[in-house]
Design a protein around this ligand. Structure first.
Ligand code: AMP
Length: 240
């Protein structure tokens, strides 16, 4: 099968831990399956742990393509660890997947990792996670706000996990720190109104629909991010 064009790739940000909710793990699985079904390569932080491992294994097991981007220090230490459980969960079996569909890019720093992940992707999906997930979600959102790129950020609000974050954004808007027009930079997918249905809901397909229907920002950025201080010009994140 011909490689899917990189321009369809989606970065998924989620916990390097498994969390406690089966519905979160199932949502991660559904994201991986939907990416593979729609021939959209996954870009993620590399490794096998937590929800990150579930997403990437689901993509590979369903014939999709995966690019993991991991800093050398983490790679050298054997990858990331679940942050909340002493027992490392069993690694999912990916023996049936084609090794040619997984590539790992080793970078030198967390900052490089984020640039690499964002530049390889046309949109971002956030699943439940911890500090790393929050940081990544907000960083790519602010890059759209600044005109560094213009890409959708879709958060899967499984069991209302992201409600406090949505409230924080609403508060920032109410208090005059977030332009109301920029609230659309993050799209929340709430899923079924009953939490009982969240374990079985197809979050992955819903996320990709939200990405496809996202209305980009036509406002021209005040900043020319290609311009360098020595007068030369660099490739922007948008065009990679
Ligand atoms: P967490 O949500 O804390 O489990 O982290 C999810 C992912 O974010 C993991 O791959 C972390 O390595 C990554 N991460 C944590 N902190 C940062 C950071 N400052 N910059 C980039 N990625 C990070």
């Amino acid at each position: 099968m011909a490689a899917a064009p990189l321009s369809k790739a989606i970065a998924v940000y989620c916990g390097s831990s498994l969390g406690k909710q089966q519905a979160h793990a199932n949502a991660a699985l559904s994201v991986g399956r939907a990416l593979a079904a729609q021939n959209r390569p996954l870009v993620y932080g590399g490794g096998q742990q937590g929800l990150m491992g579930i997403v990437s294994n689901a993509v590979l097991q369903n014939g999709g393509e995966v690019t993991g981007v991991i800093p050398f220090a983490m790679h050298a230490a054997g990858g990331e660890q679940d942050k909340t459980s002493k027992d490392q969960p069993a690694k999912a079996d990916v023996e049936n997947s084609d090794p040619g569909k997984m590539q790992t890019i080793i970078v030198d720093s967390m900052h490089e990792r984020k640039v690499e992940m964002a530049s390889r992707s046309v949109g971002f999906i956030g699943l439940p996670g911890g500090f790393g997930t929050f940081e990544e979600i907000f960083e790519v959102t602010t890059w759209t706000q600044l005109g560094i790129h213009s890409k959708p950020v879709v958060l899967l609000n499984v069991l209302s996990f992201f409600n406090p974050l949505r409230q924080l954004i609403e508060n920032g808007t109410k208090e005059g720190y977030i332009n109301p027009a920029n609230q659309r930079l993050i799209v929340f997918v709430d899923g079924p109104s009953s939490h009982d249905e969240h374990e079985k809901f197809d979050w992955g397909t819903a996320a990709l629909e939200a990405i496809e229907t996202w209305k980009g920002d036509d406002t021209k950025s005040r900043f020319n991010w290609r311009q360098k201080k020595d007068g030369s010009s660099s490739v922007s994140l948008e065009s990679v």
